[in-house]
Design a protein around this ligand. Sequence first.
Ligand SMILES: Nc1ncnc2c1ncn2[C@@H]1O[C@H](COP(=O)(O)OP(=O)(O)O)[C@@H](O)[C@H]1O
Ligand SMILES: [Mg+2]
Length: 255
Amino acid sequence: MRPTSLLLAATLLLAARLTLRMTACQPSPAEQREADARARLAGRRATDYALENIREEERAYIARELHDDLGQLLATLRVDMSLLLQQPAANPAMRELMTGMDERLLSAITSLRRIASNLRPRALDEGGLYFALQSLRHDFEQRHGIACKLEARECELVLNDRTSTAIYRIVQESLTNIARHADASHVRIALRRACGMLHVTIDDDGRGIAQSDMEKPASFGLLGMRERVWAIRGDIAITGSPRGTRIAIHLPLPE
Ligand SMILES: Nc1ncnc2c1ncn2[C@@H]1O[C@H](COP(=O)(O)OP(=O)(O)O)[C@@H](O)[C@H]1O
Ligand SMILES: [Mg+2]
């Protein structure tokens, strides 16, 4: 073979191989659609993650302002009021008015504490997630008379603030839903750490959530739960049967 023919044959072979490789790397339209959908989902989850962070920071800020500013002001007013009540009253009508004002001040302080604690549960800052969940469980039992068990080990629940807040909010929403919709008599909240993951389950023995309940257009509670879990890169399954409802969450934990 002449050298020019050899060169031509080699070039043709190379071109054929390149074309073959390019065709092999080229995704099919279906693969491309799937890759686009995956990229869109990853983008949405990253936005959820960032937005949730901003929301929690804002909530914590407003809760602190309410507590430290307005809360202090109301507490001082109440001290002044008790000093006034210790003075000999000018007339009984005046004393009655002041007693009424004192009661309203007390209920304003109580509402303010409740609102601030819904915005940012102080228990999370004071004692961590285990302590905060214990106080949720206790309040739930007291308020609704439904038995509620928490199965968890305190040492396994030392987590970063973002994860702790998300879990606290999810359990809070689940308990609210159980009280409002489930007609249950027992609840079990279990948290377990294994192989770099945190497994959370919330079970009740009520009427059981139906598929149609999960598709209600104005049901923002379940939607919020899902978004919180996705925002910390976990997954969530909500299932119902005539024996009750189960919410199962699996979260990867940073090392
Ligand atoms: N534990 C539960 N047991 C039975 N039904 C439930 C439970 N949790 C939620 N549901 C149903 O799912 C629906 C959606 O819940 P959610 O998104 O929190 O919205 P909301 O509580 O505002 O109705 C509820 O309206 C209810 O019908
Ligand atoms: Mg709800």
